[in-house]
Design a protein around this ligand. Structure first.
Ligand SMILES: [Zn+2]
Length: 452
């Protein structure tokens, strides 16, 4: 049966920037079959009343560490390196129960903020903890959100000059075998896929150059994407200069890590020549404005990157550096941070919405079927209620969404299936998930204290 949503404003985010004041969407199965102005011509379809709402593409989250949901509120005044050094020993006690609770809570927060597709960068694999990547894939399947987990890794421990403790790193051969196994087990290259895998060594200061190069070879042999952290802080820049004699972007370029199958988290500290290289190579960037502000890392040059032609998506980043974890909040945050750096014309409300939708889809290589509301694309749709006390009276619905008060999504469809309805999570019990993450966060800190 067909589903019709009508009576709503629609920001399609298509290439022409088409918007409707009072429009309709027609869905069949997991796809959109029609979008337009006025009521839908369909008879006999299930109808959803969209009056008072704005329809946008479901948001795409391009960077996260779901396990960190269990370690929120710690290291509150730390720089990135201080924060990591404080948290590595805590993360060493993450196990399958913590991962399950954290992944469900983090994904629920994303869904309630209008996010239909999320990636996750998981690079913590404590010995004996079980297959934590499988746990988060199960959590995403249970909640019904589209998921791009990254098999992350660290192989450069402190005794070799890296930042993480030796106990936190894995052997390179183990990592490469586990990465290939993750592709075999979870990666779905088919159209409409709910799960796709990427490979993601953690950062220049926690991974060897050999692992970076071999991971890129493996990813390209298997046709999956590459992700890592880059140029997040000046400490990282100093580390690269000292250890490799080059800036972070040159280091990655030398390893074959710039290209249209790569997207990189943060990219705060880039010079003009490096921005041009990102644009020319179509290397994507996951901009994480709240996390960058939380850690005082700086303001990423997203306007210049986008102008150069690089795809720039938005990310919430892990819960330990962004306790909110709500992607709708990052729309406003991206706009405000860009304007703090470059003045009020730096980023428009529609520009911010494009980052969180079509540009994020480009980062994940899914812009052929995600990121805009067009016939033939997947029915991943966020319906935002804008007629309540917070937003009523703002004539421009996109301005209400981006500039106005944080807006929980009223209806979130993923492949046509309701994950959030009437602003309530439908695919999980929010109270049970909250109780579980409270219990597991406490249990994690107890395990850390017992080991000390
Ligand atoms: Zn991160």
């Amino acid at each position: 049966m067909r589903t019709v949503i009508e009576g709503c404003a629609i920001a399609t985010i298509d290439a022409a920037g088409t918007e409707h004041r009072d429009g309709h969407l027609v869905l069949e199965g997991d796809r959109i079959v029609a979008v337009g102005e006025g009521p839908a011509p369909e008879a006999g379809a299930r109808r959803i009343d969209g009056r008072g709402c704005l329809a946008t593409p479901g948001l795409v989250n391009c960077h996260h560490h779901l396990y960190q949901w269990a370690t929120r509120g710690l290291a509150q005044q730390a720089t990135l390196f201080e924060w990591l050094v404080e948290l590595y020993p805590v993360w060493a006690h993450v196990d399958a129960e913590v991962e399950w609770a954290a992944a469900r809570a983090g994904l629920a927060a994303l869904a309630r903020s209008g996010c239909s597709t999320s990636t996750d960068h998981h690079y913590v694999f404590p010995a004996g903890a079980g297959d934590l990547l499988e746990v988060e894939v199960q959590a995403a399947r249970a909640l019904g959100v589209r998921f791009h987990p990254c098999r992350g890794s660290m192989d450069l421990g402190r005794s070799d000059g890296g930042l993480p403790p030796d106990a936190a790193v894995e052997d390179r051969d183990v990592i490469l075998a586990a990465s290939e196994a993750a592709i075999d087990r979870f990666h779905d290259p088919a159209p409409g896929a709910m799960v796709r895998v990427a490979l993601a060594p953690c950062s220049p200061f926690s991974v060897t150059a050999a692992l970076m190069a071999e991971t890129a070879q493996l990813a390209r042999r298997r046709g999956v994407r590459l992700h890592t952290h880059l140029a997040e802080t000046l400490d990282e820049e100093a580390f690269c200069q000292q250890r490799f004699g080059v800036r972070p972007v040159q280091y990655l370029d030398d390893l074959g890590w710039l290209g249209d199958d790569v997207w990189l988290a943060h990219c705060v500290h880039l010079n003009a020549e490096e921005i041009a290289r990102f644009g020319a190579s179509r290397t994507g960037v996951a901009h994480c404005p709240s996390s960058n502000a939380r850690l005082g890392a700086g303001i990423a040059p997203v306007v210049d990157l986008a102008r150069a032609g690089a795809p720039v998506g938005l990310g919430v980043d892990g819960g330990a550096s962004n306790e909110a974890g709500a992607l709708s909040v990052e729309l406003r945050q991206a706009l405000l941070v860009a304007r703090l750096g470059r003045g009020p014309a730096a980023l428009t409300a529609r520009g911010a919405l494009a980052l969180a939708t079509i540009e994020g889809a480009r980062c994940l290589g899914r812009d052929d079927e995600l990121g805009s509301l067009e016939a033939g694309k997947l029915a991943d749709i966020a319906l935002w209620r804008l007629d309540g006390l917070d937003h009523a009276g703002i004539e421009d619905p996109v301005a209400a969404l981006v500039l106005g008060a944080p807006c929980p999504v009223d209806l979130l469809l993923v492949g046509g299936r309701a994950v959030v309805e009437s602003a309530e999570l439908r695919t999980g019990d929010a109270e049970e998930i909250a109780a579980d993450i409270a219990r597991q966060s406490r249990r994690l800190l107890d395990r850390v204290a017992a080991a000390a």
